[in-house]
Design a protein. Structure first.
Lengths: 165, 546
């Protein structure tokens, strides 16, 4: 197999070292694509074109396949998240306990739909398929912190606090 | 590690625990942790030190009745405290050696009495990050005994005889699957653990992986020995970061103790496991899609045959089982098949873990012998529907399952009985709905899920689910017609019969089962423009009429 020169780093950012680490650990195998994209997302918060191109070239994966994977899976996001993220669980147990109303209330409050970020970049509103805390439905995650038995009032209060900040 | 060395570790761990007069176990599973179990544990450690008694404060996996959390169990008396706050820590520490803190105690005898704990036998009793805790409860004994005393064929035979069926939902006989992979030719084979718990509303596999990770690893190692594999993969949802961390710790500890790696138990058997993260695609629960995902591709199913048993991961024979199936293996081999046959019904042996949620008093994890009636699970263990509402339906099997009405609750739980009722066993989600749920809206919820989760490869699923969603949306906003209903039923059959994989083939189940048992609600929506549960907004209908 011809030796390929590794692609140049998209930037001087130190976080690329972590990304390289994941690829090295997996021996630059093509099947490590998803693992590597996970590392990119956990380091940078999202996947942008430069990142996808860099990973694809490093692992010798066609660009279309890397982009296909990045867009196929819900967990990957191609847009930078806001400073804070509110994720409302939309799993079955949460739906039965009124998650749809919570999502609608958050939409009205923030003026954005699920998957979007407020224009000032402060708050992102997300929905999750299920976070596995079904016994405490309806559940929301505030910057990763799981809060169960959510009420409309509690949620709006939290969102307001973020907006004011 | 040899059996004697394992026994030494177990004795050492038991002796270490015996140094303490009291064990205070704190449930730190997601539900309890989200209610402040972390701060509670710190407070208990402090209070225990201050009390001057010899107390072991231990973090454990899920104890079960999540709606009563945060939970604390004090051993040896097995006193269970519910809704404990950090401020109560001192009260609990002071009660040790005297009468229990009655005001914090909860009586959940009915919740526990009907349950039989096999898969969850360690949940709530061990620290999931300590391998010694697992070994002290006979952990890895089955693996080492099997390696020393049984042939691979013998193991396959034992599992076949046990009658264990796949706990991922389909109920395929586990022994038969193992036998097929064992017979497949090839030097390289793989075992894969499906921990992609995609069913929204279910969290059994998360709790097992978080609360007792070594059990899954031991089950996989035994399976690898039986089928002749030396490499395993655990595919876990990225949405379960704690499970991933616990599994990583467990793998490290197992390697350090020589229970994974080269020459396990001083035999020529080599085995190691890697973790692969899912990335949020329901279809990856389907085995061929899961394989594609481990290979770093989009999770798109391929037609079977070839089955993974013949040509799976990287084109090699591959055994894929669910988390709960692997978790059943060590106890089956430690005990006799007679013991396992003693639980369950004619064609469904053993126990099943369910995640009981929705409109029910006691939400949480329950493990029941097969054959128990749904009514017992819901009314006795679950404590029935709270707040004066009446029961309407119970949903099993998630987006692939169906809704079961009150008049069918006296049927015993088994793979075949649930299938006959128009639902499936599924991985174990059990969601109770009361009179405030609209069944048309529920069907729409599930079909929306399947529509967004369809991978788009085959047309019946990709286009069919979208059309069914449009029809159900019309019914829910009051613009549906009886022709729409006829078309919907027709589409259900097409999608069911013509889809490539399980996702599409089962996607119409929620509609078919609600049509079968709650047809009157559909008629109400279409003819009378009325949603008795008050869920659907019929504004569009009013406009049309005006």
């Amino acid at each position: 197999m011809p030796v390929l020169t590794p692609p140049t780093l998209p930037s001087e950012d130190k976080r690329w070292k972590i990304v390289n680490g994941t690829m090295r650990k997996n021996g630059y195998a093509r099947h490590a694509l998803i693992e590597t994209l996970h590392t990119v997302q956990s380091s940078f918060g999202y996947l942008d074109d430069d990142a996808i191109r860099y990973v694809a070239l490093s692992l010798r994966v066609p660009l279309c396949r890397a982009y296909g994977v990045a867009t196929f899976y819900h967990y990957f996001t191609l847009k930078p998240p806001g400073k804070h993220t509110a994720t409302v669980c939309a799993g079955t147990a949460c739906y039965i306990k009124g998650a749809e109303k919570l999502i609608a209330a958050a939409e009205t409050q923030l003026g954005i739909g699920p998957g979007q970020t407020t224009p000032d970049g402060e708050v992102s509103l997300m929905t999750a398929r299920c976070v596995g805390a079904c016994s405490r439905a309806p559940v929301a995650l505030y910057d990763g912190e799981v809060v169960g038995e959510m009420t409309r009032g509690q949620m709006l209060e939290r969102l307001e606090r973020w907006e004011v900040e | 590690m040899t059996l004697e060395e394992l026994e030494q570790i177990a004795i050492g761990a038991r002796r270490e625990n015996a140094k303490y007069d009291y064990e205070v176990n704190v449930c730190m599973d997601l539900a309890c942790a989200s209610q402040g179990a972390g701060a509670l544990k710190d407070a208990l450690v402090k209070a225990a030190e201050a009390s001057g008694k010899t107390v072991l404060v231990r973090r454990t996996g899920c104890m079960g009745p999540c709606s009563h959390g945060p939970l604390v169990r004090v051993d040896p008396d097995e006193t269970l405290y519910s809704r404990v706050k950090p401020a109560d820590a001192e009260r609990i520490a002071n009660s040790l050696g005297g009468p229990p803190a009655a005001e914090l105690q909860c009586d959940l005898a009915e919740y526990f009495d009907k349950q039989v704990r096999v898969v969850l036998e360690n949940a709530g009793y061990i620290d999931p990050e300590k391998i010694d805790d697992y070994i002290s409860r006979d952990g890895y004994k089955a693996l080492l005994t099997v390696l020393l005393e049984m042939t691979p064929n013998g193991v396959v035979h034992r599992i076949t005889e046990s009658g264990l069926r796949g706990r991922g939902g389909g109920g395929y006989p586990t022994g038969l699957k193992w036998g097929t992979v064992a017979k497949a030719s090839g030097d390289v084979k793989y075992v894969v653990c499906n921990g992609d718990e995609g069913d929204p509303g279910a969290f059994m596999d998360r709790s097992v992986m978080e609360g007792d990770p070594h059990r899954v690893i031991e089950g996989m190692a035994i399976a690898a020995y039986a089928v002749g594999a030396s490499k395993g993969f655990i595919y876990v949802r990225a949405e379960y970061p704690i499970a991933v961390a616990r599994l990583n710790t467990a793998l490290r500890e197992a390697r350090r103790n020589g229970l994974l790696g080269m020459g396990i138990g001083n035999t020529p058997f080599n085995f190691d496991v890697e973790i692969r993260l899912g990335a949020g695609a329901f279809v990856c629960g389907e085995e061929t899609a899961l394989i594609a995902s481990i290979e770093g591709k989009r999770g798109i199913p391929t037609p079977r045959p070839p089955y993974p048993a013949a040509s799976g991961l990287f084109g090699k024979p591959t055994l894929i089982n669910n988390v709960e199936t692997y978790a059943n293996i060590p106890p089956i081999l430690r005990n006799s098949n007679k013991w396992f046959h003693g639980m369950g019904s004619e064609r469904s042996k053993g126990t099943k873990v369910f995640a009981l949620t929705g409109k029910i008093a006691n939400t949480g994890l329950v493990e029941v012998p097969m054959g128990i009636t749904l009514r017992e699970i819901i009314e006795v263990i679950g404590g029935g529907v709270p707040d004066g509402h009446t029961f309407k339906a119970v949903q099993t099997g998630g987006p692939s399952g169906g809704c079961i009405p009150d008049e069918m609750l006296d049927v015993g739980v088994s793979y075949d009985a649930l299938l006959k009722m128009g639902s499936i066993m599924g991985s174990g989600g059990m969601i109770v709905m009361d009179d405030s749920s609209c069944m048309v809206n529920v069907a729409r919820f599930f079909i929306e899920f399947c529509m967004t989760e369809s991978c788009g490869k085959c047309i019946p699923c990709r286009a069919g689910t979208a059309q069914m969603y449009t029809l159900l949306t019309r019914m829910c906003n009051g613009t549906g017609t009886m022709d729409d209903l006829a078309l919907l039923e027709d589409l259900c059959t097409t999608v069911k019969e013509a889809s490539l994989c399980g996702l599409g083939q089962t996607a119409p189940n929620p509609i078919l089962s609600t049509l079968k048992y709650f047809r009157n609600e559909y008629i109400d929506h279409i003819v009378h423009k009325r949603c008795t549960a008050g869920v659907c907004n019929m504004e569009a209908a009013v406009e049309v009429m005006a």
